[in-house]
Design a protein around this ligand. Structure first.
Ligand SMILES: Cc1cc2nc3c(=O)[nH]c(=O)nc-3n(C[C@H](O)[C@H](O)[C@H](O)COP(=O)(O)OP(=O)(O)OC[C@H]3O[C@@H](n4cnc5c(N)ncnc54)[C@H](O)[C@@H]3O)c2cc1C
Length: 476
């Protein structure tokens, strides 16, 4: 019997689980996919928002500003790269300049520091590639960038290092009550018992609440499509560039990623089936809009496109509360943007304010919040690298030529919590396959390492779990 079962291995489930293991609690995380960070937390803009967007007094505003403040220390502890590159909301008319004053006022009310309105001259100094039509901007120096799936992997890995159990391929399909406790069953009738459950199922958080008997909110999907440019374009923009919001929404952004690529998007399209496919129409819209924000975008340096689906809730705010209908069910539902930014603050609030009502929380004296960076090898100097290669020669063998990722780094990804068991899971942890050739050369070598390290046949190694087999069988 677990004390707490967290449903969903996204950034919210991860942040909650890591807070839980700071106490003497027996915790599990149930994730329906083959790896963690496969939902919204895989495909988003990776912006740590400053906090001027959300309506003052909302949970979004509160957790955004707190989460932003916590991100610096958290990312250091977990060895995840985070950069305060600053955000600019760009105005293209006097009317939009007036809107910037409203945003500034709202941001200050929400507790955002350092907000300044700048003129075109200063804007061009900061962003030489800004459109000729831009007239000024709101500068938010506390805005930042982070890799969303690396943060999620690190949160869940650290929770596991501190005792949490992760069940992947566990698609919660039934929730039953056994007295005060819960029985969670997946589609194959695998069973987990828990005293309380925390619903962190992202765009599926309504389904989980409904399975438990709570019908108090709905969650729909709103798709966003992106284009990613090669790291050769590093420096094209320095800050995260937003359009001035209108009634239709925030529009697309142009931003560096923390790993040095340029990200452009997302669109916003309501979808019924929570689909995450890219479309010609969507990507053309990204190109058209981004072209209005910046001059000279190097579209020939596009390396990939992708889409993510936001969980938008009929309450127009995050749902973070114990269910009134089902005692022991805590919902973290409808967590759309700024959910990534808010995750550290949501995790703390859920445990300290909601879980604490069910348990006498006693500190876990053995808790260690530190985690070695997944990309620690890249940060070593030549001497340190040579030293390590002498001890562990696999760090001297390059597998991914585009990103220069070694066998040692891949072995580490496959053997460290939460273990990468497929090719894309290795890619998210190490960047092997994320460069120009997008895995064309290294995919099969990565599959061989997974097969060897996990004792699986090469044919059974998948691209991203499920039926996504790479090899069908031997030809000779
Ligand atoms: C296009 C887009 C752009 C965004 N940009 C930003 C941004 O720049 N900054 C920001 O702060 N926020 C941003 N967000 C919001 C942010 O990504 C989300 O708020 C955050 O990732 C939500 O995390 P989550 O853990 O709630 O959901 P998810 O990451 O979706 O995790 C839910 C998990 O639950 C699992 N699951 C679902 N059903 C079941 C089941 N039955 N059994 C077991 N597991 C299940 C899923 O597989 C998934 O892994 C963006 C979102 C999108 C989609």
């Amino acid at each position: 019997m677990f004390d707490v079962a967290v449903i969903g291995g996204g950034v919210i489930g991860g942040a909650v689980a890591r807070e839980l293991v700071k106490y003497q609690l027996n915790v599990c995380i149930l994730e329906k996919q083959a790896d963690v960070a496969m939902g919204q937390s895989r495909a988003n803009s990776g912006i740590v928002h400053a906090g001027f967007d959300a309506v003052s007094g909302s949970l979004k505003a509160k957790f955004n500003v707190l989460g932003n403040q916590m991100m610096e220390d958290l990312s250091k502890e977990l060895g995840v790269k985070f950069k305060r590159n600053g955000s600019l909301v760009v105005a293209f008319s006097q009317e939009e300049m007036n809107t910037l004053s409203v945003l500034k006022e709202r941001g200050e009310k929400n507790g955002v520091s350092g907000l300044t309105i700048i003129n075109r001259e200063r804007l061009v100094e900061l962003e030489p590639n800004i459109s000729k039509n831009a007239v000024g901007a709101l500068l938010a120096p506390t805005g930042g960038i982070i890799c969303p799936y690396k943060l999620t992997i690190a949160l869940i890995g650290n929770a596991m290092d501190n005792g949490a159990t992760l069940y992947t391929d566990f698609d919660v399909a039934k929730i039953q009550k056994d007295g005060e406790n819960f029985i969670l069953l997946d589609k194959t009738e695998r069973k987990v018992n828990a005293k309380i459950i925390i619903n962190c199922a992202g765009i599926y958080s309504q389904e989980i609440a409904n399975l438990a008997g709570d019908y108090s909110f709905t969650v729909g999907g709103r798709k966003g499509e992106y284009i990613l440019l090669d790291r050769e374009c590093q420096g094209f923009v320095n800050s995260t560039l937003f359009f001035t919001p209108t009634e239709k929404g925030k529009g697309i952004l142009v931003s560096p990623t923390v790993d040095g690529n340029i990200i452009l998007g997302p669109t916003a399209q309501v979808v019924d089936d929570k689909d995450v496919t890219t479309t010609v129409g969507g990507l053309n819209m990204v190109k058209e809009k981004a072209g209005e924000m910046c001059e000279n975008i190097a579209w020939d340096k596009t390396i990939t496109s992708f889409a993510g689906t936001r969980a938008f809730c009929d309450r127009h705010d995050f749902v973070i509360e114990e269910s009134k209908a089902v005692k022991g069910l805590i919902n973290c539902a409808g967590i759309e943007s700024p959910g990534l930014t808010s995750a550290p603050a949501i995790g703390k609030f859920v445990v300290e304010e909601l879980v604490s009502k069910h348990f006498d929380l006693r500190a876990n004296e053995n808790f260690n919040g530190k985690r070695e960076a997944d990309d620690f090898f890249k940060e070593l100097n030549t001497e340190q690298k040579n030293e390590l290669i002498k001890k562990e020669p696999s760090y001297g063998r390059i597998i991914c030529r585009c990103e220069r990722i070694t066998e040692g780094e891949i072995v580490r990804a496959v053997t460290t919590n939460p273990r990468a068991t497929n090719v894309d899971a290795v890619k998210r942890r190490t960047r092997a396959g994320m460069g120009r050739c997008q895995g064309g050369f290294c995919q099969i070598y990565v599959a061989e390492i997974i097969s060897r390290e996990l004792g699986l046949s090469l044919e059974s190694v998948t691209k991203s779990g499920g039926e996504s087999y790479i090899l069908r069988g031997k030809t000779k």
